[in-house]
Design a protein around this ligand. Structure first.
Ligand SMILES: [Zn+2]
Ligand SMILES: [Zn+2]
Length: 252
């Protein structure tokens, strides 16, 4: 079993050390554990982000994980990544950063309309058709960069499930993912915490379009890496006709 969606305490809303997540994953029989903490960004102002690591913490994040990767190499395959938005004006910085630190992969978790410095969180109601459109455009542009291995919680956007225009936008995102062969996530955190995602219309779309789906723990604490819960979901989704994958593309 593999999980590519794992956070660390650096994002200010996850707990536990990297080692705790790794030990838990080994105990649970996982063969791969990918860390994808909320990516830092470069801000031109003195803004200090509150839901992601600071730019100055990248080095510690990467070096800590490299050491652990070596220490645990016989027991589990550790990958080093980020969960990042597509912030158009900051992508040149991100490209340089992933190169400089030899980052294995990025997942696309598009949380903010604008950036977290001056924008708003997409996951709060209500969202207008315009913001749903902006969200989907942003995800599509992100997918088109070829930098992202999969889309995390594609329906984190608090769209109106009863508005066909909102559904059409989300469908546009799923169709683009299918065209580009980029998996979409079944987010275990949202599922287990009864959040607004994964939402029924989104799941129906993914199944009807035939998107590849990947299950991600979105672990913000070690215990969220739970093989039984993940297996139950995977088996149910397979039975319901979803195309499951646990393979992702890497940057290097
Ligand atoms: Zn988070
Ligand atoms: Zn996440």
């Amino acid at each position: 079993m593999k999980n590519y969606h794992t956070h660390t305490y650096r994002c200010h809303h996850a707990i536990g050390l990297e080692r705790d997540y790794i030990e838990q994953a080994i105990d649970q029989g996982f063969t791969t554990l990918g860390f994808s903490d909320h990516a830092p960004w470069h801000y031109d102002s003195s803004f200090k982000p509150f839901m992601r690591m600071q730019e100055s913490e990248i080095e510690d994040y990467v070096l800590t994980l490299r050491k652990l990767r070596e220490e645990y190499q016989d027991r589990i395959d550790i990958k080093i990544g980020f969960e990042a938005e597509y912030f158009e004006d900051k992508m040149a910085w991100m490209k340089e950063t992933i190169k400089r630190y030899d980052i294995d992969y990025l997942i696309l978790g598009n949380h903010y309309d604008g950036s977290d410095e001056d924008g708003s969180y997409y996951g709060m109601p209500p969202q207008t058709l315009e913001s749903v459109t902006r969200y989907c455009d942003q995800v599509i542009k992100g997918m088109e960069t070829g930098l992202f291995s999969y889309v995390a919680h594609p329906d984190v956007i608090y769209y109106d499930q009863h508005d066909q225009r909102h559904l059409n936008e989300l469908e546009r995102l799923c169709l683009k993912a299918k065209e580009l062969d980029i998996p979409l996530e079944f987010n275990m955190l949202g599922y287990l915490h009864n959040r607004h995602y994964p939402s029924a219309p989104y799941l129906k779309m993914v199944r009807d379009i035939g998107n590849k789906m990947i299950v991600g723990c979105d672990a913000h604490e070690a215990s969220a890496i739970d093989a039984n819960k993940m297996r139950t979901v995977i088996e149910r989704l397979k039975k319901e006709g979803f195309i499951l994958t646990d393979e992702i593309s890497f940057l290097r």
